[in-house]
Design a protein around this ligand. Structure first.
Ligand SMILES: Nc1ncnc2c1ncn2[C@@H]1O[C@H](COP(=O)(O)OP(=O)(O)O)[C@@H](O)[C@H]1O
Ligand SMILES: [Mg+2]
Length: 255
């Protein structure tokens, strides 16, 4: 059984079909890349998977359970965690403070204010610093988050996601806006968790992920037009003809 399956998943915005009849499978512990031009429906697909949008039609199945009508929080509780195209962290908080809601949520201690306050002196500290160590931000624990570089904010966002101990981690363009050095840092972090966590990663620049992912899905106009082993997908004539234009070859990919 696949970890995640979608069944004819569709999202319309008025006359626009942003996600069109998508049947997607993500296997346990695989790393799946999703590529496609701007506006092809990649983020909308993630919003449907994670419960930020309700589908117009179709279903989302996680570990055999229909989660189509569950809230984002309920899906997090079942192990589906995401990051956002525009990095989402609390700028006015200190770096370590960002981790507290996630860690307390995961430790199931967030049931009352008293429990929350007492948890701050217990495992929450240790778990928060452990999450920061994992992404190499432990020396910035006390810094005001707004003062971090964009790349470090991205690492923090991934730390938040990982602190929730996801089964399925969905990353929406985690490299966008990052310098080459920052991309290398994030990629090396993702390499260290690859195979231990199931990863779905949206990326625009194919060269960044072609050697990282196990499988690649290409989206165009809301549909998955091709999927398979990354280097085979890049050679696929349908992808080259329908997506990058008849004249273009692999060299026409955004690299
Ligand atoms: N909340 C929304 N309301 C209306 N249209 C939207 C909304 N979100 C996305 N769209 C449209 O859906 C299409 C797919 O967008 P998106 O999923 O963001 O693409 P991608 O992530 O591949 O760039 C685009 O045409 C976009 O304008
Ligand atoms: Mg997007």
């Amino acid at each position: 059984m696949s970890l995640l399956t979608t069944n004819r998943l569709t999202k319309r915005f008025g006359g626009l079909v942003a996600v069109n009849d998508v049947n997607l499978q993500i296997e346990e512990n695989e790393t799946l890349g999703i590529i496609g031009p701007n506006g092809s429906g990649k983020t909308t697909l993630f919003n449907l998977l994670t419960g930020f949008f309700s589908p117009t039609a179709g279903r989302v199945i996680l570990q055999g359970k229909d989660v189509t009508r569950l809230s984002p929080e309920e899906r997090v509780g079942m192990g589906m965690v995401r990051t956002f195209q525009l990095v989402s962290v609390f700028g006015s908080l200190r770096v370590w403070e960002n981790l507290v809601p996630c860690v307390t949520w995961r430790n199931n201690e967030y049931r009352s204010l008293w429990k929350f306050m007492t948890s701050l002196v217990g495992d929450t500290w240790a778990d928060s610093f452990e999450a920061l160590r994992l992404v190499g931000l432990e020396n910035y624990a006390d810094a005001v988050t707004a003062n971090l570089s964009y790349g470090d904010k991205r690492l923090l966002e991934i730390a938040l996601a990982l602190s929730l101990k996801p089964k399925l981690l969905l990353l929406d363009e985690p490299f966008s806006g990052l310098s080459d050095v920052e991309i290398a840092k994030v990629l090396s972090l993702l390499q260290s968790i690859k195979g231990k966590v199931t990863i779905g990663i949206i990326e625009h620049k194919i060269s960044t992920i072609v050697d990282f992912v196990d499988r690649l899905c290409v989206m165009n106009e809301g549909r998955i037009i091709c999927e398979g082993k990354p280097h085979e997908v890049l050679k696929d004539s349908l992808v080259n003809e329908c997506y990058w234009g008849k004249q273009e070859t692999v060299s026409g990919f955004p690299v």
